[in-house]
Structure formats: C-alpha cells, structure tokens
Ligand binder design. Structure first.
Ligand SMILES: Nc1ncnc2c1ncn2[C@@H]1O[C@H](COP(=O)(O)OP(=O)(O)OP(=O)(O)O)[C@@H](O)[C@H]1O
Ligand SMILES: O=C(O)C(=O)C[C@H](O)[C@H](O)CO
Length: 307
C-alpha cells in the first residue's frame, strides 16, 4: 500500500456560462489527492493522509476517495473550510490562485490523525501543503519519521506565485528532496530549484544528494529518468489537450504503480533498478497522464482506460 500525504482541494475551472459571463465549475483536486486517486484507479492499494473538511466540498472529496477505493481512515476531519484553487487556462495550460487561509488542509497536524502513521509503507509527499504553515512542518515531520524505514517520493509541484517565504520554502524542499528516495520535478521546477542549465547535470546533482531515482517531466515532450549512471526517456502520448490540470500528479501515480508492478517499490529494490523497470514505470506515467490532459480537471484514468 502506498500512503499519499498532502492537499485535497477543489479546483474551480473556468466554464463559459450561457449568459456569456465568466463562471467556474468545481472539480476534485490537490496534487497529492490526484496522485492517490490515480494510484488506486491504476489498481494499487492506496491510503491518503490530509486535513479533510466536513463541508460540502470536503464531502465531495471524501466521496471521490471512497468511490476510487482509497483508504481515507487516517484523514483528519475538521469543520474548517476546504482549500480552493481558481484556475485560468491559456491553450489548456493551467495557472492557479490558491485560497487556503485557515482551511482543514492547511491546519493538518500529525498528532490529530485518528490512527498512527503506516510506518514501513512507501510514502508520497508534495504539493502546496509544503508551502503553508502549519501543514508544511507537519508533513516534513511525518516524512522524517517514516523515511528511515520506508521508501519515500516527493514532487514539490512548485507554484512560485503561492510562495511567500521563499528562503524557508527552498530550505524545506532542500531537506525533503535529500530525504527522498525518488524525486520528481517538472523541467520548470528543476530550473526554479537548481538554476539554469542542461537537465542531465542538474538531475544528477539531486542523485548526488541522496535520491536513488530522479524523474523529470517535460510537458508535451515526455519524461526522463536518471538513476546511477543510467538515463531513460519516454515520449509523451499525443492527445488533444482539454487542460493540463493533474498531468504531473497522474504521472507520479503511474511511476509508483509501474515500480510496484516490477517489485521495485522498496528502498532495497530501488538499488537494483534496471532500464526495463524504469522504462515500464515512465511509460505507465506518461500514458496515464495523457488521459488526464485529454479531459476536464484532473480526473485520472482507471487502468482499463489506458488502452
Ligand atoms: N500536452 C500534453 N500531451 C500529452 N501528454 C502530456 C501533455 N502535457 C503533459 N503531458 C504528460 O504529463 C506529464 C507531466 O506533465 P508536466 O511536465 O506538465 O508536469 P507538471 O508540470 O508537474 O504538471 P502539473 O503541475 O500540471 O500537474 C508529461 O511528462 C507528459 O507525459
Ligand atoms: O496541491 C497542489 O499543489 C496543486 O497544485 C493542486 C492543483 O490545484 C491541481 O489540483 C493539481 O495540479
């Protein structure tokens, strides 16, 4: 079972109203929520840890978790509101404005979890929860608790417009990427974190700081991976893009599910990665993400929708 830890929110997506005025429609989202849903729909046993509101949107998020078969028994319920993300689209490319003041997700605390963390299970972290406080500190502490005994993966999913204390955020992502066995970054995230330059040496810098596998996504081009002295590339699946919401999140689930299918989702097994393992994982990530970009909101695919 993979444990996904981070934000569940509502993406408000622009819709042309019949009157011609602007309107927004709610879709279940949050980077880590999307990864959890995608993993379960790809057939991997999945648990989700977050601060979940009991409001109308929280109930909708919980219903989506339930319908997708995600174990949500460790979510912290509260009457605080659900975090909202207002999305603008330019040629399908999403930009986000987040509203997380005093929300159930932002106020998440490890000590409020109804059951103890699942030590020993693979854990996934990321998203805007690593920017805000107090949840950022809570997820970092949870990662520090599980990382010595369990495989961990991080996708910081960097949203520069949302970061207020850049020095503190850079320090946190530096500590968490050094703790993680698998680091995923988009090419834009890689340059925001590591500066300008060729992708390969920047990715290898992350390997030198402790990661065993680094995945770099390049939008419509596809995705690359770096491990040991090796590298692999899988081209994106060409599709008609509706919106890119959840592309990277679904890709992450494909990578985790692909590694699990090859028996590589433990710290020890990750040391013995082969090109076939990584190509299988990248290819599942790329194919699943292509379905996500081809429909509205994140809404990741089930395994039987990949054909
Ligand atoms: N236009 C596209 N056509 C086909 N596949 C795409 C397209 N855009 C993205 N993808 C797939 O999704 C993967 C992740 O996309 P991207 O690099 O944009 O990640 P990201 O920036 O983390 O995404 P997001 O933050 O929107 O979730 C890509 O590697 C690719 O496989
Ligand atoms: O949770 C995050 O970090 C997000 O960026 C969430 C977005 O609103 C969206 O659901 C996924 O990219």
């Amino acid at each position: 079972m993979v444990v996904c830890c981070g934000e569940a929110l509502i993406d408000m997506l622009p819709r042309a109203a019949t009157s011609g005025e602007e309107a927004f429609a709610p879709f279940a989202g949050g980077a880590v929520f999307n990864t959890a849903i995608a993993l379960a729909r790809l057939g991997e046993p999945t648990a989700f840890v977050t601060g979940l509101s009991t409001d109308l949107f929280g109930a909708r998020l919980e219903a989506t978790l339930e319908a997708s078969g995600v174990d949500h028994s460790r979510c912290v319920r509260s009457a605080r509101p659900t975090t909202l993300a207002f999305v603008t689209l330019t040629d399908g490319q999403a930009q986000y404005a987040f509203y997380d003041e005093n929300t159930a997700g932002r106020m998440f605390a490890v000590e409020d979890m109804p059951a103890a963390p699942e030590a020993g299970r693979p854990h996934f972290f990321g998203g805007i929860s690593l920017v805000s406080e107090p949840c950022g500190s809570a997820y970092e502490a949870l990662m520090a608790q599980v990382a010595p005994g369990a495989l961990t993966m991080i996708d910081p999913n960097i949203r520069p417009g949302f970061i207020t204390d850049e020095a503190a955020y850079r320090a946190r992502i530096g500590r968490m990427t050094a703790m993680a066995d698998i680091v995923k970054l988009s090419d834009e995230d890689l340059h925001w974190l590591e500066g300008p330059g060729e992708i390969a040496p920047l990715a290898r810098g992350l390997l030198a700081r402790g990661a065993k596998l680094v995945c770099i996504t390049e939008g419509a081009k596809g995705a690359r991976a770096f491990w040991g002295e090796e590298t692999a590339f899988v081209a994106a699946t060409p599709v008609t893009v509706v919106d890119t919401v959840g592309a990277g999140d679904t890709f992450n689930a494909g990578v985790l599910a692909g590694l699990a299918q090859r028996g590589r989702l433990t710290k020890a097994a990750l040391e013995r990665l082969t090109t076939e393992d990584v190509s299988h994982a990248l290819s599942l990530g790329v194919r699943a993400a292509a379905v996500t970009v081809s429909r509205a909101g994140a809404n990741p695919p089930r395994l039987d929708e990949l054909a």
